[in-house]
Design a protein around this ligand. Structure first.
Ligand SMILES: C[S@@+](CC[C@H](N)C(=O)[O-])C[C@H]1O[C@@H](n2cnc3c(N)ncnc32)[C@H](O)[C@@H]1O
Length: 221
């Protein structure tokens, strides 16, 4: 059976069989079901995915952008405390976990990959926090959040073109929209104010270097 068409129980079994509980180097406050052996999981998932045309297992890793964004939230808990927060393109949901730990009033995590949605549920359970998972594409939804965080989302041109106008609109509608980017090719050149920077350790399985400089930006109107 393909894990991506599975029930929550089957997806849980797949995730737990192919990942281990680990803490990202930049934000050890958060525990995640993480792939330590990158290649076997990628291959296992790709074989399943070839049949159903779904994306690779981004959810099994905490990306450089996600690490820095999560560190930024943990370093500025007052910015999410008591707020309605969306972790957009959440992957593992790492930043959603941190927002909940920091006392956000309500945390939602959105990802269009069904396996990511299962992983977020498992990670929320692991961290003992409440995170509501949004499995449909929320791009275009009316703003109902005080804070929107998005880690490592500018790695493909079509995705950036899809999400950028909406993220800007959310900022124009009054949300604080914060992105973290490690130098991906499609990061927009304007409309971003630098609010932080972190050097994070990364896996050479995922990146071409062991450390990445990640900039945290707020979208400005
Ligand atoms: C590189 S991963 C980043 C995950 C996480 N933010 C982090 O930094 O660890 C990008 C994620 O964006 C998700 N994604 C792509 N397009 C999306 C969309 N329109 N809505 C929600 N998630 C999306 C992918 O499924 C993937 O999980």
């Amino acid at each position: 059976m393909s894990p991506v068409s599975a029930t929550f129980e089957a997806a849980t079994a797949f995730i737990q069989a192919n990942t281990e509980i680990a803490t990202p180097p930049a934000c050890p406050e958060v525990r995640l079901w993480t792939a330590t052996e990158v290649t076997p999981l990628w291959e296992a998932t790709e074989q399943a995915l070839l049949r159903v045309n779904l994306p690779p297992p981004y959810w099994a890793f905490c990306w450089a952008g996600g690490q820095a964004l999560t560190r930024w939230v943990l370093d500025h808990p007052e910015l999410v405390r008591g707020k309605r927060v969306l972790d957009f393109a959440a992957g593992s949901g790492v930043t959603a976990m941190a927002a909940a730990q920091c006392g956000a009033a309500r945390v939602e995590a959105a990802d269009i990959d069904p396996m990511a949605c299962y992983a977020i549920r498992l990670n929320a359970e692991l961290n003992g926090v409440a995170v509501e998972v949004l499995k449909d594409d929320v791009v275009g939804a009316a703003c109902r959040w005080d804070v929107v965080v998005a880690g490592d989302v500018c790695y493909e041109a079509p995705m950036t073109a899809h999400i950028w106008p909406w993220l800007r609109q959310l900022a124009a509608d009054g949300a604080t929209v914060v992105m973290a980017d490690p130098g991906r090719a499609y990061l927009p050149k304007t409309g971003l104010l630098k609010v932080g920077a972190y050097t994070v350790q990364t896996s050479l399985d995922l990146e071409d270097r062991a450390q990445r400089e990640v900039v945290v930006f707020q979208i400005v109107g």
